[in-house]
Design a protein around this ligand. Sequence first.
Ligand SMILES: [Zn+2]
Length: 740
Amino acid sequence: MKKIFAVFAVFMATVAVATAAEGFCLVQGHKSRGRIVVGANCGADSVAAALLQKFVDRISGARLPIISGVRPAKGDVAIGDFQLPVDGFDKKDIKPGGFRISTLGGTLRIVGNSDRSSVYGVAELLERYLGVEYLGAGEYTFTPSRDIVFPAIDITDNPAFSYRQIPSYMSREDAVYKLWHRLETPDDVFAGGYWVHTFDHLLPSDVYGKEHPEYYSWFRGKRNPGKASQWCLTNDEVFEIVSARIDSIFRANPGSKIISVSQNDGNYTNCQCEKCKAIDDYEGSPSGSLIRFLNKLASRFPDKQFSTLAYLYTMHPPKHTRPLPNVNIMLCDIDCDREVSLTENASGRDFVKALTGWSAISDNIYVWDYAINFDNYLSPFPNFHILQPNIRLFRDNHVTMHHCQMSSSLGTNFCELRSWLAAKLMWNPDADVDALMHRFLNGYYGAAAPYLYRYIKMMEGALLGSGSRLWIYDSPVTFKEGMLRPELLTRYAELVDSAEKAVAGDDKLQKRVRRERLTLQYSELEILRTRRESAPSDAAAKLSLFESRVNEFGVTTLNERNNSPQEYCALYRQRFMPSAMPGKSLGAQVTFIEPPTGKYVVMGESGALTDGLFGGSTFVESWVGWEGKDGSLTVDLGEQKEFTSVSTDFLHQLGAWILLPQEVNYSISVDGTHYTAFGGYSLPEDRSPQVKYVAFSYNSTSPVTARYIRVDVKGVVTCPEWHYGVGHPCWFFMDEITVE
Ligand SMILES: [Zn+2]
């Protein structure tokens, strides 16, 4: 055994010596030594050639000529599929999306086997051999050199997933970034942009709903046509109309092979008519009727792929029906917590059960994962430690397409690092995460890197140590006794201070560090507004600094609903700034007549409505909610007081099924028994996707005196047809009742 090993070692050494001698010289003394030859008919190869030309020029000052229609010679770079018979060179090991780079035979060949993969090969060449790091949108580093010489190269590199999607702002703003990191977008692949939640696009309820309510879901005793309702999947006419529509979409997009036929966004809206329900009961999941419908489509169009969602009510697979091979299962783990990997907490384990279930009956799975806080983009999101185990889990369970939603907006917590790292792991789930993190931090933040690394690790430890969950709709307030405790915020700030100091004098790097500090600033402001003891001047100074920084960096949005930071700052001044003059209702006792729902009764009775603190943009703190009904309560001011205005505050957040009430009426009483009307306020329907707070205020022209105030709220009660929750109870959320 020992001897064999020794022989092998000698053989390896010989190969190394021989290949090093065959190094490939592209530029010498700033002068190009070869040409870039591209295949005659491939757009991606031309893009790859231009990318190589550009970076070689930047590095060495030499401009390589790009030519096509000729046979590459020794010393040329050949990009694309040329018939150049060379011993040992073939394409059999290149998988979809992969590439081979080789200097065998004296030509530097870069060849891929799908649309864009020769570009990926060029990016690999530049990154691995010339040290170019492409870190952000238009942000890259390289070392200038008079010569460009490659060692002998012969590598084949294949991705773990054939499709990789990270919808970062960098990909949106910089086409090169997207290509460099080998990312794709649905438009690249899905016919006519039909990618997700397509039911209403394929069978619009405003076209068919009125005349054919039977095409849509039956639940809660009736058919519910609506933009967010689902289909009656056992209705044959639905199948025929949708088939015809799909046929025409594919005809209009002859290059596309896949289309999404997938449920509208929303839960509990699936059809429960007798026929659909019988199938779903037999299959043990509402995915039963869905997959049978998809299989019918897949049989009718056998050369096409049909992607459908396994999401919310369809997350778990059917017991009996197997998806056909050309049915793609798009599985979403939206409900999972992210403080630990998916195999380690209860919500994750439920998803893993769904994943392994689908994996047992399909090897055509697309996983949609989340690494973002949708309601508070600037919240910390310490999940770097779970990226790798989750991505490996997907790879090991027949996932071929992977989408991770993250980094969608500038200013979100370590968004450049997050996207860069996830892209590397989507290509190679076994890469060394820690080494990659150091590499990125050093490249992007320079001398600030060690402090930021410690900051990331400290917060990760604090999250795990606190035992708290990490949810994609949290608020920083959720963590104010955990990973965002004052003692920890102080230490994070010290590390970011040190990071800033380490790059003092370098404007570009300091800006990047300061952009990362926004997370801490935002967290502090959010937590500050929940503490009555905060000094007004302190809050004002922190808010001003935050405002000037978001303006300086061009941060455009704070959440999925596109609320701007400027709007946030204005509202903060108006609602949250600690006031020197407390209202007359501060600390007043609230008694419910039509009480809130569930846990909100206790919250309401223990003072949330009269504590002088306003709820923030998520319903997870301070807000008191009523579901599917009107609300009514009285406020006892403790003694008769004189006032002119009564105001209550409501939250508008359609994504969480929280709709503003239709009407609020106030009446007043001196004895708590006999009430007289004080005033009222009504509001038209609001379909805006943005998160809002709306005050229902009534101001009387002359002061009144009373001890009791009654508040009657008329809610919307049921989600309307245009809403995701069509036909289901909706909420209204109330906070601070202010009497002045
Ligand atoms: Zn039905």
